[in-house]
Design a protein around this ligand. Sequence first.
Ligand SMILES: N[C@@H](CCC(=O)N[C@@H](CS)C(=O)NCC(=O)O)C(=O)O
Length: 217
Amino acid sequence: MKLIIGNKNYSSWSLRAWLAARASGLVFEEIRIPLFIPGSRERILSHSPSGKVPCLIDHGLPVWDSLAICEYLAEKAPLWPTDPAARAIARSVSAEMHSGFMELRRQMTMNIRKDYTGHGHTPAVDADIVRIEAIWNDCRTRFGAKATTPGPFLFGAFSAADAMYAPICFRFRTYGVKPAGAAGEYLATMLAHPWMLEWDAAARAETESIPAEDLYG
Ligand SMILES: N[C@@H](CCC(=O)N[C@@H](CS)C(=O)NCC(=O)O)C(=O)O
């Protein structure tokens, strides 16, 4: 399999698919296409029908869009919780992430290398943050702590839901958002995860920058 991704510093959707691919345990080749430079659109379109990353190619079959990639990989490896109720909630919070939190995504873009502490807050962003913290607290206390496959993640063992919320963890660090309680512990767990550390280091090693994405200098 090949996974087409964008810049690791900026491309939050790429991170989600990459983490799901790592969590699947399947072997994949990573193809990184720096975004918004001459030729990038053509390069992405040569792999991805939507013209966007991420895109997974499995024996010539393109699967694009982060959530579709999670679902495709979940048919090959256990990426969702085994308990049906936990799985339903994991899918619900993942879909909510995929389609929501627009204001937070607009004002607090993923930018791993920067320290934008205190920037990006508007009433709508703060409402998104409150909702995300509630999701993390609820998942950890209702499911994570009691999961049949135990672990410190939203539903116990690392799942596709953690992949979907991973860019929020980098954003909270960049923008100095510090949740309390179970949500705060979950954030620390995610930021210390070896796959997150690997992505973080690779993002910091990148040399390209996208001025339009460096929102606060
Ligand atoms: N809904 C898509 C969003 C994909 C997306 O917006 N990707 C951005 C990078 S994070 C992209 O490819 N941008 C390049 C472009 O729009 O030309 C997903 O979940 O994968």
